[in-house]
Write a protein that binds this ligand. Sequence first.
Ligand SMILES: [Zn+2]
Length: 127
Amino acid sequence: MSGRCPCSSGDTFDACCEPYLLGVANAPTAETLMRSRFTAFAVADVDYLRRSWHSDTAPAELELDPDQRWYRLDILATDAGGLFDDEGTVEFRARYKHPDGAGSMTEVSRFVRVDGGWRYLDGVVSR
Ligand SMILES: [Zn+2]
């Protein structure tokens, strides 16, 4: 699949988040994992959302609202989460469209490295 990646990186999907969703590569940094999870929300890849969620905090049930269309991601700040880190945080704003109205969500997410791969631990929604 070509076309722009849903995570707003400007890269094509196959050169950006797709390898992570397919499980053929590990996101190297907390930010790339964050981007790939946004993409998974955008394409409704529940399986990837589960796999990239820390087992301690992953929800038992995960259902996405099919009417909520995530269309833009802005990374606002990152702290650690690099190639040689074991934890990190990413602050982002995600925008969506919905029949009930458009909106955005801003969150500071925490990520940890487990067995060499990054996992989403939890997050605090700020607005
Ligand atoms: Zn991407």
